[in-house]
Design a protein around this ligand. Sequence first.
Ligand code: SF4
Length: 445
Amino acid sequence: MRRVVLIRPRRDGRIFGKAPGAPYTLMRLASLVPDEIPVEIWDENLRDLPLDTLKEGDLVGVTAMTVDIDRGETIARRAMKQGAGVVVGGVHATLLPEHVQTFAHSTMVGEGYFTWQQLIQDYAAEGVKGLKSVYRDEEWANLDGVAPLTDRVIQMVDERNNYWTPYMEITRGCPRNCSFCTAIRVSGRRMRLRPVDEVIDEIERRGIKRFFLTDDNFGLNFTTDPDYIAELFQALSKLDLHGWTCQSEMSIANHPELLEMGLAAHLDKHFIGFESVNPDNRRQLGGKSKGLAASAEEAIRTIRSTGIGVVGLFVMGFDEDTPATFQAMWDFIRTSELDSISATMLTPFPGTPFRQLLEEEGRLLDMPWSTYDTAHVTFQPKNFTVEELRSAYDWLCRKTYSPMQIARRGVRSLWRYPLNQAGKKLFGSFSTDYGYRRTYAYRNS
Ligand code: SF4
């Protein structure tokens, strides 16, 4: 066996010379490769891939989400043609393994903590013919001591020079089961927690000062495990961090002491899934939100009053949505005190209850996976034609991401900081909205 090559297909490319987010999942998997086997991480967002160097003796692992699985397939087929052993894993492989099996020697279903090292051994022993067609984690691993990042991987990736945003994981899982979300199938229903000392050790060894948490619903832990969160915040408050962000739900507004502790722990913004301002959609929202604009506004005010920012995450195109929902959404965006806004199109990802419903009702459109970017209409809506839903969404995005609106929210966000920090926070105050504007713009490019 020559080497293990782990590949992330292109999605965003570089922005001002750096790729947007570090390949954290591949960093964890690369850390499980035994020391005696060379391992490389190839990120196509960062540079063109030297695919012509792949050959027999290489074990190639491709990870892909649904939106970039087509590019993942192209890479996998080419690597197989040149004689390498190819395994495809990640979110799409976990949700739709029968698709991935058509273009890889092996499909890795689940997190890989129980099977990845076995797969490497099988390939090292017998090459391609030693590989099973599916490696499936049958249970959710305890996160205690799982795949700590090795120093060789940390040095290889060089996050500080190559990436704008390092990612980090502290907890994993979400029991909510919102009808459109893949988290319960990809990360599990049970919330799992990494030991606080491992989290601190990893941050220190990586030398990162900022990070975005990949946790599906970090904020739910405020309610389910407040002692753990308090211990974590106490430990993080002792580090010299510039700020970090996480995905949450509005129930964190019920925990003022933890919000205060979070601020001391350098927590800068919560990305909160309000999802909708149409209460008729509440059944789709897993019990975390009732789709009431007034409750959302109150939660935003409470959280922001502690000095922490709120990015609002919203999904458009539910079956109960009508043209009036778009107007209500825009009214909310205009008048709420959010720091940034993500307005996405409902997308029927494989394995979700929403997709199952569309399949039963024959409402899935025949669209390439690359349109599963949460900015395209990929199904037949209930109260709109496809074209009407598209143009309602365009209308909302044009208004939400106009330079004037981005500037307004950016200045509001900047206002949260003491004057002597304003310079340092300038980029971060505008970049979140700018990133969402860019995502929406993909569709029209
Ligand atoms: S609360 Fe968030 S992470 Fe959990 S199922 Fe709903 S959308 Fe997914």
